[in-house]
Design a protein around this ligand. Structure first.
Ligand SMILES: [Zn+2]
Ligand SMILES: [Zn+2]
Length: 187
């Protein structure tokens, strides 16, 4: 089996179905790892991925790289773009791979089955945009034991890894500092 097929099988199994997102996610991951000189079939200890979307392709990235939120090796940046940045945290080398718009219209006209084959076989520069980039990594972003722990003075919940906000001499979690995504309902 080719590198693509081995990686695609992992992505397909993890995601649960075959779709253009999984095909593109596989292509994008293989391109990123190749640029970093990493073997896609091995666990790459020094790999961290910044994912810019939470759609099908994200599952391909996770399944192939083994990078996850829980391992702190997958970072989610909610930009709504089918793109990911692959970082070698030991060397700082980083590459951002995005799905290219170059042939989008042409691909949209294809039959569903044809799309999958076309995306699987197209040369990288027909479907991907690859850029070498620099990513500023903070000590509180990398895997390992938490570098910082504090407690929110309002809700008393624990905050890990320096995610607290300091205002008026108070330490607050982001929820209590007004950046909450939820509202507490009355009991
Ligand atoms: Zn899908
Ligand atoms: Zn709080």
């Amino acid at each position: 089996m080719s590198d693509y097929n081995i990686a695609f099988e992992k992505a397909k199994e993890f995601h649960g179905h075959v779709c253009p997102g999984i095909v593109l996610g596989t292509r994008l991951t293989l391109a990123g790892l190749r640029e970093l000189g990493m073997n896609p079939h091995e666990h790459n200890r020094d790999l961290m991925v910044f994912m810019e979307i939470d759609r099908c392709g994200t599952d391909a990235v996770q399944a192939i790289t083994g990078c996850t939120l829980g391992h702190r090796t997958l970072k989610f940046r909610d930009y709504g773009k089918f793109a990911a940045t692959f970082v070698n945290i030991a060397t700082g080398k980083a590459v951002r791979v995005a799905v290219s718009e170059k042939n989008r219209e042409e691909h949209d006209r294809l039959e569903p089955k044809e799309v999958l084959t076309t995306l699987a076989l197209a040369p990288d520069d027909e479907i991907l945009k690859i850029e070498h980039v620099w990513v500023e990594l903070s000590a509180t972003d990398i895997p390992g034991v938490p570098r910082q722990k504090s407690v929110c003075s309002a809700c008393k919940e624990r905050i890990m890894d320096g995610r607290e906000v300091s205002t008026g001499g108070k330490t607050l979690c982001k929820n209590c500092a007004g950046q909450s995504y939820y509202q507490i309902l009355p009991p």
